[in-house]
Design a binder for this molecule. Structure first.
Ligand code: PMP
Length: 332
């Protein structure tokens, strides 16, 4: 068995404390247990295998992607195992832990300025496209419009959830970044049975009708740069698959992320907090026959210096935490 064979088949973990007073079952799909540490291992592997199949990626080739995090880590792991070079372009706001993880897998990391409009030649996606074109053997993974991204979830995540719940799942909840997870998993589950698909979105993100102003939770939602007012949805997001979108604020997401660690013993990133807040809203409306599966994309280990750090919270205008991981009542 190779490390890549350990991708997928992640367990479902039932939540028992944050669900107090709720009759329906709520289970976390524990994607942080993938070997590269996140749900993006699935999409990364599917994209590489499709490119090998089509001949776009050849032996000795170079995998290139512009990403602030988990997709780059998944690609770097696969590149190491399969003998490719990996070239990952990240914005300068990326956490030191993520850059160090990429380098640990042997990836070459190119750091560019973050927060510039998409048409700026320094934008992550532009730098990645240019490097892929200029590098002999270069192949751009392109998770935002690569059909293998949602395809991975249609082929694996969806069927796993259907099987693991004994076909009883009634609701699936996930955050929307590229949209690959919710579109692929949602498409499979809707074809399998009467399953409601719920997107969890940061309050300001445009997926749920927000104005696109910035927010803190990383890797989900869609932020519109004020200079361009651009809000082009990625091709990996298929809105017709999504029945409902729940909008969740930063503060509620971060508070739930901290509660999951302290009350459930599950250390996850803030996009899981966002999704769990949405899942509990949905679950509260259901009786004992309701079975909600909520996807947990990554571990809290990558964010110890952010959401789990009391000083970071204070510096960023969130109220000081009180007992059991809750944030104090004062408004930020
Ligand atoms: N949460 C985290 C931590 C992620 O890295 C991602 C991937 N960008 C997502 C959520 C969203 O997943 P997707 O891109 O499949 O919509």
């Amino acid at each position: 068995m190779s490390v890549l064979d350990a991708i997928g088949d992640t367990p479902l973990i039932r939540l028992t404390r944050v669900t107090a007073g709720i009759a329906a079952e709520v289970h976390l799909k524990a994607e942080f247990l993938n070997p590269g540490g996140s749900v993006k291992d699935r999409a990364a592997l599917a994209m590489v295998e499709a490119a090998e199949e089509s001949g776009e990626l050849r032996p000795g080739g170079v995998i290139v992607e512009g990403t602030s995090g988990n997709t780059g880590i998944g690609l770097a792991m696969i590149a190491a195992q399969r003998g490719y070079r990996a070239l990952v372009v990240v914005p300068d706001k990326s956490s030191a832990e993520k850059v160090a993880t990429l380098r640990a897998y042997g990836a070459e990391v190119v750091i560019t300025v973050g927060g510039v409009p998409r048409e700026d030649p320094r934008h992550v996606s532009q730098v990645a496209a240019r490097l892929a074109a200029e590098t002999p053997g270069g192949w751009l993974a392109g998770q935002y419009d690569n059909p293998a991204n949602p395809g991975a979830h249609r082929a694996t995540t969806g069927p796993e959830i259907w099987r693991q719940t004994g076909r009883r799942v009634t609701h699936f909840v996930a955050g929307v970044g590229t949209g690959g997870t919710i579109s692929g998993t949602g498409a499979f589950l809707r074809s399998a049975g009467p399953v409601t698909i719920v997107g969890a979105d940061p309050e300001n993100s445009v997926y749920g009708g927000g104005d696109g102003s910035p927010y803190y939770v990383e890797s989900i939602g869609h932020y519109v740069h004020p200079a361009t007012a651009e809000d082009v949805w990625p091709e990996s997001y298929h809105p017709h698959v999504v029945d409902r979108i729940e909008r969740v604020g930063d503060r509620e997401s971060i508070e739930m992320t901290r509660r999951l660690a302290r009350e459930e013993g599950v250390l996850v990133g803030a996009s899981t907090g966002t999704a769990v807040v949405a899942a509990l809203r949905v679950a509260r409306e259901l009786g004992p026959d309701g079975l909600v599966v909520v996807l947990a994309p990554d571990s809290g280990r990558a964010y110890l210096s952010k959401y789990f750090d009391d000083g970071w919270l204070r510096r960023n205008g969130f109220p000081a935490p009180v007992a059991r991981g809750s944030l104090a009542a004062a408004s930020p």
